[in-house]
Each structure stands twice: as C-alpha cells, then as structure tokens.
Write a protein that binds this ligand. Structure first.
Ligand code: PLP
Ligand code: COI
Length: 357
C-alpha cells in the first residue's frame, strides 16, 4: 500500500505534549496525525494517506450515521526502556477486524495493510508514545465506517478505514483495585446469530443503559449473561472474564457470542506457562455464586486491552450480592507476566511483540 503523507504544520508543542503525557487519562487527547484509506467496488482500497488530525466533514445522509455499519479495534503501542516502540500481536487485531468486517458486510482490509497503517501512524507520531512509567501507552483505534451517502439499507459502496491514536494512562481511575460488578438481568449484549463476536459500535451502544444501571447501583462495570437462557456468563461491557479455582484450574467463558479478546487468548497461553490449565466453556451465574460462597472460586479477573488485567470484587444484582473472592494473587501474577512482555521487561518467548520504531 502506497501511503502519502501531509505533515501537520501545527503539531502540539513540546511543553503541552509533556503536560498531556504526564497525565493522559483515557481517550481524551489525540496525536498530530491520522491515517485514512478508502474503498469503493471499482477502485478497491485506495488513496491511503496520513494527514493532520482533524474533524471529518460528512453529509448528514452518510450511512454509518443511520445504520451503524461500523467496526473498530483497540490496541496499544508501548515504549521500551531503550526508547524502541512496539505493539502487541497487531495481526490478531487485523484478523479480528476481518472477522468483524465480514459480519458487518464490509470489504476486508488485508492484514498486512492494517498493520502497515498502524505502523505508519505510530511512526509519524512517535513522540506521543509515553514512557513506560505508570503503565502508560499510546492507545490505537483503527475503525471502519460506511461513508456512502445513501439512506437505503444495504452494504455501503463507499467505505473508509481510519486509525487514530491517543496517549493512555490507567483505564480505571485509582489504579489496580478490584472492580465491583453489576449483573444485569434485563439487558443482554448479544443473541444467537447476532453481532456479539464482532467489535462493532452497536454492541457498545446497547451496553450503555446496562452500564447506567451498574453505576446507579454503585458498581464499576456490568456483567452480561447469554441472550438465550439468561444463565451463562458472557463478558463485561469491554472485558473478558476469568475464574480461578482452589485447585489452580481456570475457566474462561466461551459461548460463541462473546468478543474473543486478544488479551483473553494471550492469557490462556500465559496461564499455561505458569502451570495452570485453562478451560474454555460455558460458565453459569450459579456456578459463580456458589463457587465464591463455598470458597472453591478463589479469584476472578477481567481482561482487555484498555483495562489490561483487573481483579473482580463483589457481584451485585437486584436484591442480592456475592462477596469478592479471597485472593488476587494469580491475577497479579498473570498481569505482571503480560505487562512485562508488553513493556519489554521480560523475554517475549511467544513472539507476540511487533517492533514499530
Ligand atoms: N470484550 C469486549 C466487549 C471488549 O470491548 C473488549 C475490548 O477490546 C474485550 C472483550 C477484550 O478484548 P481485547 O483483549 O482484544 O482488548
Ligand atoms: C479495548 O480494550 O480496547 C476496548 O475497546 C474497550 C473499550 C475502551 C471499548
């Protein structure tokens, strides 16, 4: 892919950048540039470019604004001690975007081109990658939208793929501490044949009211159950889940309607290396309640790119509550094993890291 570059004539100055990188929060500040490539049936993917970051001008009849034909990814670039910059399994994000794209009736962006686009943006905006102190990183947000101007309901004939980047600190304010979860019994995130396994905006739009319910009950995040039986744990609004048993075995829910996290699949391998067997299977909410109450479940954690690995505390629902499990020991071990690879502090025996700069 040939990428043309227009440098931002007014990049953020060094003093302001230092101020932003000292306390980036999450998703609030954006780098000096953005990547765009467009697709039509006649031309395929074309006009790949890096330009100054800025607002898009859109016709009000642009399809994505009406029917939400959209997919996105979330990944991070990490600065290592020696100044080099790396991302984590970018081909996996590219491959997941291909799967999401198929579900959303989008054209496929080839894996190499996705990786090339992300690399090019990180390279031009490399001064925006924070140093590793405080587990900061540059959060990368590739996304694909239907940009055809047409109100008929059909797959768009003009599609735009973009990458933007945003320096990130901890996703949860207050650092690594157990998150309290709200079990929604009214709302589900995904149904059979639906879009649960795709990373698409609609899934997040539909999670918001449940998240509001969680917040109203003093909880940090919401847990979704399966849409068919209302019985099996799926995932949180933006994270996958893990349950650790007193015999050292680990279960992570698999239902066919969850988002298959790249952190999730990496932890399956990491836990294996730490001597723990991970089973992917259906996991009922009763098993959660009874497991914690009987002491058989000793730890629960959630994982995702933005939130890394986070211990899970109490679970609350309308009229009930189950306490936090006893320990966070393995959670923190898995967390360290993962972030040490990401920040280059441990040997990357899996070949997960991809050097950009
Ligand atoms: N589940 C949902 C709904 C998510 O939004 C995310 C975040 O990307 C995840 C799980 C975790 O996926 P990953 O580890 O690839 O970031
Ligand atoms: C991520 O972890 O990358 C996510 O996409 C979760 C959330 C910010 C949507």
């Amino acid at each position: 892919m040939q990428i043309s570059t227009t440098q931002n004539p007014n990049p953020v100055d060094d003093a302001r950048l230092a101020e932003i990188l000292a306390n980036p929060g999450f998703g609030q500040f954006f780098t000096d540039h953005m990547f765009t490539v467009e697709w039509t049936p006649e031309q395929g993917w074309h006009d790949a470019r890096i330009e100054p970051y800025g607002p898009l001008t859109m016709d009000p009849a642009t399809a994505v604004l009406h029917y939400a034909q959209e997919t996105f990814e979330g990944m991070k670039a990490y600065r290592h001690e020696d100044g080099s910059i790396w991302d984590f399994r970018p081909e996996e994000n590219a491959a997941r975007m291909v799967r999401s794209s198929k579900r959303l009736a989008f054209p496929e962006l080839p894996i190499e081109e996705f990786v090339q686009a992300v690399d090019a943006l990180v390279e031009i905006d490399q001064r925006w990658v924070p140093d590793a102190a405080g587990e900061k990183s540059l959060y990368l947000r590739p996304f694909m939208i239907a940009t055809e101007v047409f109100l008929g309901v059909r797959p768009a004939q003009h599609v735009t793929f973009m990458v933007i980047a945003s320096p990130a600190g901890a996703y949860f304010k207050g650092g690594v501490k157990p998150v309290t979860l709200w079990l929604t019994e009214e709302y589900t995130r995904a149904g059979r044949g639906g879009m649960g396994a795709a990373k698409t905006g609609g899934n997040y739009a539909s999670s918001l009211v449940a998240q509001q319910e969680a917040t109203a009950h003093g909880c940090d995040q919401v847990v979704f159950l399966d849409g068919q039986d209302g019985k099996y744990v799926e995932e949180l609004g933006g994270m996958n889940m893990y349950f650790v048993f007193d015999d050292g075995s680990i279960v992570t829910p698999a239902t066919g309607t969850i988002l298959e996290g790249i952190t999730r699949s990496s932890i399956i391998e990491l836990a294996g290396k730490l001597g723990h067997q991970v089973e992917e299977r259906r996991f009922s909410i009763d098993e959660w309640r009874e497991g914690v109450e009987s002491g058989r479940i000793v730890e629960i954690f959630a994982c995702g790119t933005a939130a890394v690995v986070t211990p899970v505390g109490a679970l609350k629902w309308e009229g009930g509550e189950v306490a936090a499990p006893a320990s966070t020991e393995l959670t923190m071990k898995v967390r360290s094993a993962l972030v040490d690879i990401q920040y280059g502090r441990a040997e990357d025996t899996f070949g997960w890291m991809h050097r950009i700069v």
